[in-house]
Design a protein around this ligand. Structure first.
Ligand SMILES: NC(=O)c1ccc[n+]([C@@H]2O[C@H](COP(=O)([O-])OP(=O)(O)OC[C@H]3O[C@@H](n4cnc5c(N)ncnc54)[C@H](OP(=O)(O)O)[C@@H]3O)[C@@H](O)[C@H]2O)c1
Length: 264
């Protein structure tokens, strides 16, 4: 008998009925991931610092039949994160999936950057990942049912770049954290921790790079075998895969989702 179960194959990509907590839900990628989890049948708990945006997302998603809620908070603030997880559990009973999609950058040459500016980026992109994953891990361990964590980092986590001592260092730290969290949490607690590493995709901050006449756009395109830059929707498949049983044997992986950026 060939050892693969029909029921497993037919449901392995499902996140139906799971509870997904999404940070940075107010951002270009976070709102797409949050809605995608909802379309896939998960209950969605959103967070970010902008309560107004979260409210309008909740209105939009509920109008489409998505079961969702939110609490505003800062992912680099321990008390906020604890309150967000509690609110999620109060509303939906548990947390099964964590998608970390918040982030920040302020490019500056090291010679001009203050230590405070560097630290701000480190807190926004690295310390916050520690705090969010740590407290969600506590919750998942208490539930005793395992879980899935998907952290959005960057291809910059392994590549330097001018003016990016804050961003590249913090993303490198976040990807190393993913490796360590996998070691801490996967075998004993069945919590898979992986990252998605994008190159440029469209957001309010990167829109200017999508001008087909600009040198920046042409340079990026030359590094993209897929023939275009990214869109937030390009990451939905990976996020759902890494949140479902289909990825049960994958942990500590830094998943390239870059249109082939790595092969050129
Ligand atoms: N766009 C790209 O080309 C690209 C490429 C590679 C990797 N990434 C990474 O992908 C993730 C999502 O990017 P995106 O383009 O969707 O970003 P985005 O549209 O700028 O949204 C990022 C979200 O993070 C939150 N945020 C901003 N500053 C923060 C801070 N100091 N502390 C905590 N949260 C903060 C914001 O929400 P609130 O203001 O509501 O808190 C915002 O909604 C980020 O980790 C980013 O670094 C992006």
């Amino acid at each position: 008998m060939v050892p693969v179960k029909k029921e497993f194959v037919q449901s392995m990509f499902s996140v139906e009925g799971k509870v997904a907590l999404v940070t940075g839900a107010t951002g270009a990628l976070g709102c797409v991931l949050a809605k995608a989890y909802g379309y896939a049948g998960a209950k969605v708990f959103m967070t970010g610092r902008n309560a107004g945006k979260l409210q309008s997302l909740e209105d939009e998603f509920k109008a489409e039949g998505i079961d969702c809620a939110y609490l505003a908070g800062d992912p680099s603030n321990e008390a906020d994160v604890q309150a967000i997880i509690k609110a999620c559990v109060d509303k939906f009973g548990e947390v099964n999936i964590l998608a970390v999609a918040h982030g920040f950058n302020k490019p500056q040459n090291v010679l001009e950057q203050s230590v405070a500016d560097w630290q701000y980026i480190m807190d926004a992109d690295c310390k916050s990942v520690y705090i969010v994953t740590k407290y969600v891990a506590h919750q998942m361990v208490e539930q005793g049912k395992g879980g899935k964590m998907v952290v959005v980092t960057s291809q910059r986590s392994t590549r330097g770049m001018a003016n990016y001592t804050g961003y590249c260092t913090s993303k490198g730290g976040a990807d190393m954290m993913v490796s360590c969290l996998a070691c801490d949490l996967s075998a004993k607690y069945h919590i898979n921790v992986n990252s998605i590493c994008p190159t440029v995709f469209r957001s309010d901050l990167t829109e200017w790079m999508f001008d087909p006449e600009s040198a920046v756009y042409k340079n990026f395109l030359a590094r993209e075998p897929i023939g275009r830059l990214g869109e937030p929707e390009d990451f939905v498949g990976y996020a759902l895969f890494l949140s479902s049983a289909a990825s049960d044997f994958i942990t500590g992986a830094h998943c390239d989702c870059s249109g082939g950026y790595l092969v050129v």
